[in-house]
Design a protein around this ligand. Structure first.
Ligand code: A3P
Length: 322
């Protein structure tokens, strides 16, 4: 089935504010939830919405900075006989392409040399159209902007406390989106749903509504940080794979933040070095609750009422583990 997406321009003062903070970027809002994407998404949105899904596709879909990379590596290994050799040799971006990457890496803004442009200058839905099955696909696009039959494939959706997401996303936005403001300004845009891939709550709620579907596995970052082996077991069972105790222990080791940070196949170090790190790393603290170090009293109160308001009509709750 094909569909056409609603595109709306932001009002001029919002547009101006965003362009001043995200140097060189222009955003518009898309679809019924008003998802904030670069204006260039307008040329591609229908192609993402109508791309062909294969029943044996494996997707990881998240709001950014929710533990996507960590989950991708876990999902890929579970589905590839725990082939650590290949996982360590081949970049995760090749094994598990980022669907809308070409729209988010602005070649004119980042410092990539022309010979490094190749994998960024065509939409991944074209690059993966003829890839052998099973395809592994990462996307941050909300479900409502992805094909309506996405759940013909298996989808793992990861959610995380938005306060930690905002801190993490602020840091990466400094590098990838030329963000020049401070964190408090970023947070104010975040709660107003004016940052890339927002609105946050509709993104999660669309997936939460489908959490009992046989082809949807909904997991929380907080549960991964608290008890990774339990989440590994859930992922293995979702994909009908058997893992021994030893397999799980080895996988926990491989996925441990200290190993992950050093793992060049997942840590995006080469890419960040090429575009200029501004002192940031892609794999950062890897903890839950770090937002407390970044929120003053006013932001804490604002966050609490924003959470209360948005959680009032749902049983979605972010796990708190003491
Ligand atoms: P922090 O910035 O809070 O540390 P994504 O992959 O969706 O962009 O998510 C990035 C977040 O996941 C970052 O959060 C990153 O540090 C964290 N992360 C990545 N690998 C991890 C791991 N092995 N263990 C725990 N957290 C991890």
């Amino acid at each position: 089935m094909s569909g056409k997406l609603k595109v709306e321009h932001l009002d001029s003062s919002t547009q101006e504010q965003l362009t001043a903070l995200f140097k060189g970027w222009n955003f518009a809002s898309f679809g019924d939830t008003g998802c904030i994407m670069p204006t260039t998404y307008a040329y591609e949105a229908d192609n993402f919405l109508n791309m062909a899904v294969r029943p044996d596709d494996v997707w990881v879909v998240t709001y950014p900075r929710s533990g996507t990379t960590w989950t991708q590596e876990l999902v890929w290994l579970v589905n590839n006989n725990l082939d650590y050799d290949r996982a360590l040799k081949s970049d995760l971006g090749h094994r598990f392409p980022y669907l809308e990457k070409s729209l988010l890496v602005r070649l004119d803004l980042v410092g990539l040399a022309p010979e490094q442009h190749q994998s960024f200058d065509r939409p991944s839905y074209e690059l993966i159209a003829n890839a052998p099955s099973p395809r592994f696909i990462k996307s941050h696009i909300p479900l409502s902007l992805l094909p309506a039959n996405l759940l013909d494939a298996k989808v793992v959706y990861v959610a995380r406390d938005p306060r930690d997401v905002a801190v993490s996303k602020y840091h990466l936005s400094r590098v990838l989106l030329n963000y020049v403001g401070d964190f408090k300004t970023y947070w104010n845009l975040f709660v107003k749903d004016l940052v890339l891939y927002s609105p946050f709550f509709p993104h999660l709620k669309e997936a939460w509504a489908l959490r009992h579907h046989k082809n949807m596995l909904f997991i929380f970052y907080e549960d991964m940080t608290k008890d990774l082996s339990s989440v590994i077991k859930r992922v293995a069972s979702f994909f009908d794979k058997e893992l021994t105790k030893e397999d799980i222990a080895q996988l926990c080791q491989h996925l441990d933040i200290n190993n992950f940070r050093k793992n060049q196949a997942v840590n995006q170090e080469r890419f960040l070095n090429a575009v200029g790190t501004k002192g940031e790393t892609f794999i950062r603290k890897g903890k839950s609750g770090m937002w407390r170090e970044h929120f003053d009293e006013e932001m804490r109160a604002q966050a609490q009422s924003w959470l209360d308001e948005n959680l009032a009509d749902t049983d979605l709750r972010f796990p708190t583990h003491s």
